[in-house]
Design a protein around this ligand. Structure first.
Ligand SMILES: C[S@@+](CC[C@H](N)C(=O)[O-])C[C@H]1O[C@@H](n2cnc3c(N)ncnc32)[C@H](O)[C@@H]1O
Length: 233
């Protein structure tokens, strides 16, 4: 998830919580037997793990940010605090790895997860932007590691885009109109007025790009589908 580029305010560590409906839809695809162990190596406050547990599985997580890791532990998940990419091996003897990796480290997390999963013959699912499929720089990777692509039929509202409606120019005012904007996680406290000029703000709560679960694993690769999402989630 990236900021608009205008104000360049990002949430620290690329923290954006995955909506429950997106995880529910993925778990239908994975078809794990009950009481499977699912690892989220960048688990944040445990949004994915919470759904996984509600659907009858055992949860294991890793999270870099100590506060977020603590909140996930507070929900009863088994979470280790630390940099998952620096761990010698990932915890959990998992039956599946499910993650919404930090956007800036997505490739590192995907490569590592595939390496962790291969000896166990388990699935890896990563929530990524659809354009992740289309980059020249990743073509060799996709050829070597073809995934199934399970497209989300609606946009995950990870973010609220907040823009200044613009300070009105007074007569003789030479200052340029305000163009402040920020992209925040959907559940972060919102700005009711522009912090720079005090004008009203516009808040748009849909994301600008489309997302899919990319799934690697035995027998996977080369198929795409549109996920069925739970109506009321
Ligand atoms: C996009 S959020 C997803 C959080 C959670 N899985 C969810 O869906 O709500 C990515 C998370 O990865 C964490 N993170 C970033 N770099 C990490 C690293 N090297 N090791 C472990 N966690 C990391 C961030 O702190 C953030 O909480």
């Amino acid at each position: 998830m990236s900021a608009t580029g205008r104000s360049d305010v990002r949430h620290p560590d690329d923290f954006y919580s995955t909506p429950a409906w997106a995880t529910i839809a993925l778990l239908r695809v994975l078809g794990l037997p009950s009481r499977s162990t699912v690892l989220d190596p960048a688990c944040g406050e445990g949004a994915i793990l919470e759904v996984v547990r509600q659907l009858g599985h055992v949860t294991v997580g890793v999270e870099l940010d100590a506060d977020r890791a603590g909140r996930a532990r507070g929900q009863g998940h088994f979470v280790t605090t630390g940099d998952a990419l620096a761990f010698a091996e990932w915890p959990g003897a998992a039956d599946a790895i499910v993650m919404n990796p930090p956007y800036t480290l997505a490739m590192e997390f995907v490569v590592r997860a595939i390496a962790e999963a291969r000896p166990w013959g388990i699935d890896v699912a990563a929530l990524l932007r659809l354009p992740w499929l289309a980059s020249v720089g990743r073509a060799a990777f996709h050829r070597e590691h073809p995934s199934d692509v399970c497209v989300l039929p609606r946009r995950p509202e990870f973010a609220a885009s907040i823009k200044c409606k613009g300070r009105k120019r007074e007569k003789g005012d030479a200052r340029p109109p305000c163009s402040w904007s920020v992209l925040l996680p959907i559940d972060a406290p919102r700005f009711s007025a522009c912090p720079l000029c005090g004008s009203k703000v516009d808040t748009v709560t849909t994301d600008a790009t489309d997302y899919a679960w990319f799934v690697w694993g035995p027998g996977r690769g080369g198929r795409w589908s549109i996920l069925t999402t739970p109506e009321a989630a």
